[in-house]
Design a protein around this ligand. Structure first.
Ligand SMILES: [Fe+2]
Length: 190
């Protein structure tokens, strides 16, 4: 079938996203199971529920467009999910594995953010605000998930990096305090 209209383009792009979301409903439970950090586990579980809602939302969009809800295999998401599965098998510490799971999940989120931005804009240009609003809603959920994952990732990365650095706990170490003061005095007094 030749795609030569914006309607056709929107439908084609939605088929890809529909498949991508369905792949994620299968991958997220595995990622939640593999995650060791409780907050990360919860983030994956929450996003699984959200993703199920996003699948239904795409079906609703197809309905509004009076098209059959069909999916087209999304090779990109398949690759991202496969990499995520490899991560689960990796020989790594719990902390590093969690960081790798986040890295993989954020790749998936960014793919979706790009794709939802595209379909939302096409719907807007077609003057279909109802569909554009629904797609925007999912886009915002993906952005929130991405931000949440960044937050968890930063906490974990910092925790993994603080070995040997005791700068914040110099209160009971007189010598350290002196060194610090000497270094900072000039700046503070001026
Ligand atoms: Fe999603």
């Amino acid at each position: 079938m030749t795609i030569d209209t914006l309607d056709g383009l929107l439908e084609e792009q939605l088929k890809d996203l529909y498949d991508a979301e369905k792949q994620l409903t299968k991958a997220l439970p595995k990622m939640a199971k593999a995650a060791k950090d409780p907050e990360l586990k919860t983030a994956f579980t929450d996003h699984l529920e959200q993703t199920k809602g996003q699948v239904s939302r795409i079906e609703h969009v197809f309905e509004l467009l009076e098209k059959k809800a069909k999916s087209k295999p999304c090779a990109a998401m398949k690759g991202i999910v496969e990499e995520g599965q490899e991560t689960i098998q990796e020989d790594a510490s719990d902390e590093m594995k969690d960081c790798m799971l986040i890295a993989s999940a954020q790749r998936a989120e960014h793919y979706e953010i790009a794709a939802y931005g595209t379909v939302r804009t096409i719907a807007e240009i077609l003057g279909n605000q109802e569909v554009a609003d629904l797609l925007q809603q999912t886009l915002e959920e993906e952005e929130q998930t991405d931000a949440k994952l960044s937050e968890i990732s930063e906490r974990m990365l910092n925790a993994s990096n603080d070995s040997g650095e005791v700068e914040e706990e110099e209160e009971d170490e007189g010598e350290l305090e002196d060194d610090e003061e000497n270094g900072e005095e000039e700046e503070e007094e001026e």
